[in-house]
Write a protein that binds this ligand. Structure first.
Ligand code: FAD
Length: 450
């Protein structure tokens, strides 16, 4: 399709969730496409995010499953965990996925350029090796990177990027942050036997989730042995003579650990990208500002995924990449609906949510009806595990329309995916009640709420 004026119809910067989807679909419509990737094809989710993280979560669950198995009649003699076996198997699967994503792009004749790319003109891209190419349309899909606070010794810490490659399991780990990545890694390392301390600058975990779930996770995490230090600002990290890290912070005693992991937010990857050479506008957080078609202020430059800081989740980046390619190359203008997006935290136990929290709903609608089920899953009862699940449904008072569902408990993310369809479709509590329960399950609580 390239008309000779430019080297490519589409040049994509970043082969992550959004960039891969956009490249493949645009090429499928007949466009001549190249994608530049400075690290590994697949991006954060596949290489050092959702996928390897979830595998570690699975690995971590065995700690409790093996313990619980006793009351189910199993004798398991002195189980042992070997971090290097899990780590290497996970990294092997990451290699497999990296290969699969590369093959998919190659099968669609997308040219893969394994170099950093920056903008050097409105239609011009300069590659790490110095070569310059031109494209009619440019898509920026560079994602986000971990934000590490700057203070003396902060460079002694690691981020989630490095967590997947640790040589050995740290006996004591400090995890900085209160968001989903911090809580997920806290659960993982705690189950593997590390002494975990979460240090957070505010007194709240998981901002944006319903407070009842956040409280429940905190309570269960403390019971499982995770320590929390709230309202703490870092002062310094010093390496001690024996190679440990001494962390000093406000409002709390110094803490000596073996590893500090920063999970203190992610910032859009726009630094040094050359956006100024093309006149692309960025917002207050360095994010690329786009309209509902993911178009920037420059007519032929688009951006999708985390770099736009709309909703930093893989399925959202994929949808944005697909909608971009359909719109620009498929003659099928499409936007992405960013409302009512379900999400999960793969903590121990996991939590999941869709729609408004109770307080958001009250602020928006005034009076609302809230239904709750606070129960001990059958498996936990027999296992002798005193850990309760909590399901919560927030409904409009007059119509009964479901405004939000919030769950913490085993498999809540799996259950939520199906429930989210109903919430997105605007169903009511009554319609849930009309559905016969599947018994005995945990999910049946959703149609039996009183
Ligand atoms: P990315 O997938 O980050 O891809 C961007 C790519 O651009 C990268 O490969 C990068 O190397 C490349 N790049 C950047 N700059 C340049 C340049 N100048 N030149 C060339 N290449 C460049 N989301 C979920 O939905 N569920 C989860 O469970 C989940 N868990 C996560 C766990 C962790 C630890 C992390 C860090 C993230 C997690 N996420 C999760 C978020 C998810 O990974 C991102 O939302 C998603 O990857 C965003 O896709 P993207 O295409 O915008 O960017």
């Amino acid at each position: 399709m390239a008309d000779g004026t430019y080297d490519y119809d589409l040049f994509v910067i970043g082969a992550g969730s959004g960039g891969v989807r956009a490249s493949r679909v645009a090429a499928g419509y007949g466009a001549k496409v190249a994608v530049a990737e400075e690290y590994r094809v697949g991006g954060t989710c596949v290489i050092r995010g959702c996928v390897p993280k979830k595998m570690l979560v699975y690995g971590a669950h065995f700690a409790e499953d093996l313990e619980d198995a006793r009351n189910f009649g199993w004798t398991i003699d002195s189980p042992k965990f070997d971090w290097s076996v899990l780590r290497d198997n996970v990294l092997k699967d990451v290699d497999r996925l990296n290969g699969a994503y590369t093959s998919t792009l190659e099968n669609y004749d997308v040219e893969i350029i394994l170099e950093r790319a920056t903008l050097t003109g409105p239609h011009e891209i300069t590659l790490g090796g110095g070569r310059t190419v031109t494209a009619k349309i440019i898509l920026i899909a560079t994602g986000a990177r971990p934000h590490v606070p700057t203070f003396p010794g902060s460079d002694l810490g690691i981020t989630s990027n490095e967590a997947f490659h640790l040589d050995a399991l740290p006996p004591r780990i400090l995890i900085a942050g209160g968001g989903y990545i911090a809580n997920e890694f806290a659960g993982i390392f705690n189950q593997f036997g590390s002494k975990v301390t979460i240090v957070n600058r505010s007194d709240q975990l998981l901002r944006g989730y319903d407070s009842a779930l956040r409280d429940r996770l905190l309570q269960i995490s403390i019971t499982k042995g995770i320590d929390f230090r709230f309202n703490a600002q870092f002062r310094s990290i010093e390496q001690t003579e024996d190679g440990c890290l001494k962390v000093s912070m406000t409002n709390h005693e110094d803490l000596v650990v073996d590893c500090v992991l920063f999970a203190t937010g992610r910032v859009p990857n726009t630094e040094g990208l050359g956006l100024e050479h093309a006149g692309v506008a960025v917002g207050d957080h360095g994010e690329i500002v786009v309209d509902e078609y993911s178009k920037t202020n420059v007519g032929h430059i688009y951006a999708v995924g985390d770099v736009t800081n709309r909703v930093q989740l893989t399925p959202v980046a994929i949808r944005e990449g697909q909608a971009f390619a359909d719109t620009v190359f498929g003659d099928n203008p499409r936007t992405v609906d960013h409302g009512c997006i379900p999400s999960a935290v793969f903590s121990h136990p996991p939590l999941a949510a869709v729609g408004m929290t109770e307080s958001e709903a009250r602020n928006t609608y005034g009076p609302v009806k809230v239904y709750e089920s606070d129960f001990r899953p059958m498996k936990n009862v027999l296992a002798g595990r005193n850990e309760r699940s909590l399901y919560k449904m927030v409904c409009a008072e007059t119509t009964g329309k479901i405004l939000g569902i919030h769950m913490i408990g085993p498999e809540s993310a799996e259950i939520m995916q199906a429930a989210a369809v109903a919430v997105k479709a605007g169903l009511t509590k009554e319609q849930f009640d009309q559905t016969v329960a599947i018994h005995p399950t945990m999910a049946e609580e959703l149609v039996l709420l009183r």
